[in-house]
Design a protein around this ligand. Structure first.
Ligand SMILES: Nc1ncnc2c1ncn2[C@@H]1O[C@H](COP(=O)(O)OP(=O)(O)OP(=O)(O)O)[C@@H](O)[C@H]1O
Ligand SMILES: [Mg+2]
Length: 324
């Protein structure tokens, strides 16, 4: 459904571009959830905004690569141009629903507005569809909530409203950028469950962005691990958790509290990711990698297929617990 190839997003002048997303490739199929995970600043949001055609202007731009949606190249098109051209539809939800909702308009009107834009209906039919969408996202008492204002809802309910607005365009691809990070754990589990259910029911492809490996374990079918603008490992969730091959992935997993229950202090991945523009030759992770060799600092790492559907960007990948 969604195919991203060698996507490169850059800042600065054409003659001296600074890549904040460097050659990212992944696919998401219908009915599948791909988790994109990585530390703050690694380029997850820039990747998702570039895929949506919503990069902030002026600023970062797509310098290379392709975004193919349902067979059509939509790389340089904005979302409404894609719809006008008859291409597939994508929608996006964000971390903080309050900033996306209008505080002085009723929930029903805000969802109906999205329905009006996409279905060319207004008035009672639009409100009826808004109610249907609230039912779809399992909002308690949807008829009553239509007339509520955003501040009258809980954080979890507001996120359900945002999902309802996103679903108004009947998206084939839903991009969720940290939609549960601001929610408490029990509500987070409910929203993740809802997204899983909607993915199957509506046969959508979901790209789910998070910095939390625990969320990936709960929700995703496959995972792409991002570091300094690159995807360093891609695999099915079971393969990644059972046998991570990239040293960075392993580091992220060691930081998970559940996997280190009882540890006196949780391990961390020491050091900082490189700032865009400071990246030199060799593996971007080498300065923080305990297993790095001279070769890692000198030459770019190869992308190795360690098994069917499992790729790693590393010259010396882990092999079931230790360096190969
Ligand atoms: N509007 C912008 N203009 C220029 N640089 C930006 C802009 N937004 C982000 N950046 C830079 O691009 C890089 C990638 O940022 P991005 O927001 O994609 O990271 P992220 O992985 O989503 O992080 P987080 O987990 O904190 O949301 C960072 O180095 C950031 O400083
Ligand atoms: Mg982000």
């Amino acid at each position: 459904m969604l195919s991203v190839r060698d996507l490169t997003v850059s800042l600065g002048p054409e003659t001296a571009p600074v890549d904040i997303v460097a050659g990212v490739s992944f696919d998401v199929a219908k009915g599948e959830i791909l988790g994109l995970v990585g530390e703050s600043g690694c380029g997850k949001s820039m990747t998702s905004l570039a895929v949506m055609g919503l990069l902030p202007q002026p600023g970062p731009r797509v310098r290379a690569g392709r975004v193919v949606l349902d067979g059509s190249d939509v790389t340089q098109l904005q979302p409404w141009q894609r719809v006008e051209a008859g291409h597939g539809r994508m929608a996006m939800i964000f971390q903080e629903p309050m900033t996306s909702l209008n505080p002085v308009r009723r929930i029903g009107d805000q969802i109906a507005e999205a329905v009006r834009v996409h279905d060319q209906v207004s008035g009672a039919p639009a409100l009826a569809r808004a109610r249907e969408l609230l039912e779809l996202v399992r909002m308690p008492d949807p008829a009553m909530q239509l007339s509520a204002y955003p501040h009258q809802l809980s954080g979890g309910q507001r996120q359900r409203v945002m999902i309802a607005i996103a679903l108004a365009c009947r998206p084939q691809v839903l991009i969720a950028d940290e939609p549960t990070t601001a929610l408490d754990v029990t509500i987070q589990i409910q929203i993740l469950g809802l997204l899983r259910e909607l993915c199957g029911r509506l046969d959508m492809a979901i790209l789910f962005i998070t910095h939390d490996m625990g969320v990936i374990a709960q929700l995703a079918d496959r995972v792409a691990v991002m570091y300094a603008g690159r995807i360093v490992e891609t695999a099915g969730v079971d393969a990644v958790f059972g046998s991570p091959r990239h040293h960075y992935t392993r580091g992220l997993m060691d930081c998970m509290p559940v996997r280190n229950a009882g540890a006196h202090r949780l391990p961390t991945v020491s050091g900082q990711p490189p700032a865009p523009g400071t990246i030199r030759a060799g593996c971007v992770f080498a300065p923080r990698c305990a297993a790095a060799r001279e070769e890692c600092r000198a030459t770019d790492p190869p992308r190795i297929a360690v098994s069917q559907g499992h790729q790693v960007l590393c010259a010396f990948p882990l092999n079931g617990g230790g360096p190969a």
